[in-house]
Design a protein around this ligand. Structure first.
Ligand code: FMN
Length: 204
């Protein structure tokens, strides 16, 4: 079972419609560690050793956040700047993260059609994520296609409930090793993949 570290960054959770529901549905199971960065570090004073410890204990790092100005909220950048130290995460002696995997779980106000070369935002989500992709690569991590929730401005409460249910199921599938890695690698996004079904009676 892959150990998942879910790094969550939302600076205004009290005003959130989408992520508030998503995080309510995160499976409370062994194998998944939920770290709410804005709750832990409201003053941006990231505990580097603690964060490095959490990374060492994980196989898959999920960065969950709303898309803010085509990027992550600021604290997730601060986390990268402080935690991914030279000699630890990268550089000749920096091998701590090698072989681990990383992906974003992100929501966008704009719809999927706005994130095409010929669309309103002129770039794909994957293109906007290039700095994180290269950061992961420099650290010897495999960067995988993101899990996307798009068009949030137009989502009804029922749509959000449904998105939260689907996300929860995907996290369960990841924990149970029911997501085909090759399929994930070649898919446009993780949410587009159908995990293998659970063996009957395996879980309630
Ligand atoms: C400061 C800020 C910047 C944003 N930038 C973008 C953006 O670049 N692209 C986009 O599609 N949506 C953008 N949005 C919309 C958010 O991504 C969207 O409201 C969020 O994903 C919804 O999740 P929530 O209900 O949990 O906040 C932005 C919102 C804010 C507040």
């Amino acid at each position: 079972m892959p150990r998942i570290l879910l790094l969550f960054a939302h600076p205004a959770l009290e005003r959130s419609r989408v992520h508030r529901k998503l995080i309510e549905r995160i499976p409370r199971r062994d194998g998944i560690t939920f770290q709410d960065l804005y709750e832990r570090y409201p003053d941006f004073n990231v505990n580097v050793r603690k964060e490095q410890e959490l990374l060492l204990l994980s196989d898959l790092v999920l960065l969950q956040h709303p898309f803010y100005w085509y990027s992550t909220p600021a604290l997730l950048k601060q986390w990268q700047d402080l935690v991914l130290e030279h000699g630890w995460a990268y550089g000749t002696a920096g091998t701590a993260l090698r072989g681990k995997r990383m992906a974003n779980v992100l929501s966008t106000g704009g719809g999927a059609e706005a994130y095409r070369r010929d669309g309103f935002n002129r770039h794909t989500i994957r293109e906007f994520l290039a700095p994180i992709e290269q950061t992961a690569s420099l650290c010897g991590m495999e960067f995988l296609p993101p899990y996307l929730i798009q068009g949030t401005h137009r989502m009804t409460e029922a749509d959000i409930e449904e998105a939260a249910r689907a996300y929860s199921k995907m996290l369960e599938a990841l924990l149970d090793d029911r997501v085909d890695l090759q399929a994930w690698r070649s898919a446009p996004s993780l949410d587009a993949i159908r995990p293998k079904t659970e063996p009957a009676g395996a879980r309630s």
